[in-house]
Design a protein around this ligand. Structure first.
Ligand code: FCB
Length: 452
């Protein structure tokens, strides 16, 4: 069996470095009867949106099987579990709360805490209630205030039993994929829509952060962003400029407002009608101090200049690809972390997602996914390299605990360190899960003191 090795002097081999596994509500929960519809339910019903024509109606049936899922997490020996709360399972269309839904999350969090597992809660991992989308969703500024109210309900219910809250997961995906290019729910398109949604999401983050800081000052309160490093296809000035523009448009568009209270200069390259409506005070709300930044990383992206003076993606030519067709680029991970550290005054970092979809095969009860273990090995070493270069990284979450509904790709792509048989819903730890557990259990008592 392939293993994950880190240099023997790595601080990631101490118990002060946190290891976890991550999931999200829509991708695993199922039990649609227990909640109102979200935008992904609607999107899945539309023809041609999901590659295998599936939906989240059952998913991993986690709502029914949560006790055994917790058992499984505990057996892996990880320190933390990152989950998301389903907004439509918590707040009804008339504004009342769903008591059964809230009880589910309370039980889940209590069970984790009782086992000594730290809970990382994401408030929004893309499952916007459909009743809010019917009023414009993230194109409507009011949605940001509705999110603040929802955050208050969760914070009052779960309080500081939650070790770390993230307001949003990957606002890039919600805004760009969901409202600008339309390959994610709700399937809207247009630059103006994408930029408007992004601004309202960032505002929602800031408004919710105020509530979290007030009600749960001892939890870590932050946000999760995804990054793909942007590389130039050639050495030409125009391609290099295209890569820089892509970085500003896809990455810095989210981080700069959060850390510096302003959008990157590329905002001025947009037609006035495509720019978001930024009201007085918005940027101050958005840029309040966060306790940590969650970073999700999977791969790099290559760009070239487009005819319209903008940027185009160049498909990878490398043969080192995951089942997603994504290049395996651990060096880009180190580069990303070091670059961000040099560019910004960063808060402490948690790697909140990293992992790979591979073409898993279950053979006689085993999934021998050495390719996934190799991915974890190289990417954990990439994190270690960044730490050695001075980046303050506190933890790492494998995406994902188990195979699940991979958005527009349905169940066709498997990211889990645990295999899910979608006919029986049986879970089986893959070899990569064993390798991850072995690394986690091999750590020694820490020597690096944490803060907060
Ligand atoms: C991230 C999402 C997560 C999962 C992984 C593969 O963008 O946050 O839900 O789909 O990609």
């Amino acid at each position: 069996m392939r293993e994950i090795h880190l240099p023997s002097n790595s601080m990631m081999l101490s118990k002060d470095f946190l290891y976890g596994v991550a999931t999200s509500s829509f991708q695993i929960e199922g039990d649609r009867d227990g909640r109102v519809d979200c935008i992904w339910d609607t999107f899945c019903q539309q023809a041609g949106t999901i590659e295998d024509g599936t939906n989240g109606d059952t998913a991993c049936n986690h709502i029914a099987l949560w006790r055994e899922d917790i058992e499984m997490i505990d057996e892996l020996g990880v320190d933390a579990y990152r989950l998301s709360i389903s907004w439509p399972r918590v707040i009804n269309p008339d504004g009342t709360t769903n008591k059964v839904g809230l009880r589910f999350y309370t039980n889940l969090v209590d069970a984790m805490v009782n086992r000594g597992i730290k809970v990382f809660v994401t408030l929004y991992h893309w499952d916007l209630p459909q009743y809010l989308e019917d009023n414009g969703g993230w194109l409507n500024r009011e949605t940001a205030y509705a999110f603040q109210t929802y955050a208050e309900v969760v914070a009052k219910t779960l309080g500081e039993k939650v070790y770390a809250y993230a307001t949003l997961n990957e606002p890039f995906c919600s805004a760009y994929l969901g409202y600008e290019v339309g390959i994610h729910a709700p399937g809207k398109t247009g630059v103006a829509n994408g930029r408007k949604a992004a601004h309202h999401l960032l505002l929602a983050h800031g408004l919710a952060l105020q509530v979290l800081n007030r009600l749960c000052p001892n939890s870590l309160n932050g946000v999760v962003l995804n990054f793909s490093t942007c590389h130039s296809a050639t050495d030409s000035e125009s391609d290099k400029r295209a890569a820089k523009m892509a970085d500003d448009y896809h990455n810095q568009w989210y981080l700069k407002p959060l850390l510096e209270g302003k959008y990157p200069d590329i905002i001025h390259a947009l037609a006035v009608e495509d720019r978001p409506d930024i009201r007085e005070g918005d940027m101050a709300i958005i840029s309040q101090t966060i306790d940590y930044l969650g970073i999700n990383f999977y791969t790099r992206t290559i760009y070239k200049a487009s005819d319209s003076n903008w940027f185009d993606v160049v498909p990878p030519t490398s043969t080192e690809l995951t089942a997603m067709g994504w290049e395996i680029t651990p060096d880009a991970f180190t580069e990303l972390l070091v670059d961000l550290h040099q560019q910004y005054r960063l808060p402490p970092i948690y790697i909140t997602e990293n992992g790979a979809a591979m073409d898993d095969e279950m053979v006689e009860g085993n999934v021998l996914d050495d390719d996934r273990t190799a991915y974890f090995h190289t990417h954990l070493n990439a994190v270690n390299n960044a730490i050695e270069k001075g980046v303050n990284i506190r933890g790492y979450f494998a995406w994902s605990l188990m195979d699940n509904f991979e958005w527009a790709l349905g169940y066709s792509k498997r990211f889990g360190i645990v295999y899910v048989d979608y006919d029986t819903l049986q879970r089986t730890v893959k070899q990569s899960g064993r390798a991850y557990a072995k690394l986690v259990k091999s750590r020694i008592n820490g020597y690096i003191s944490g803060t907060k």
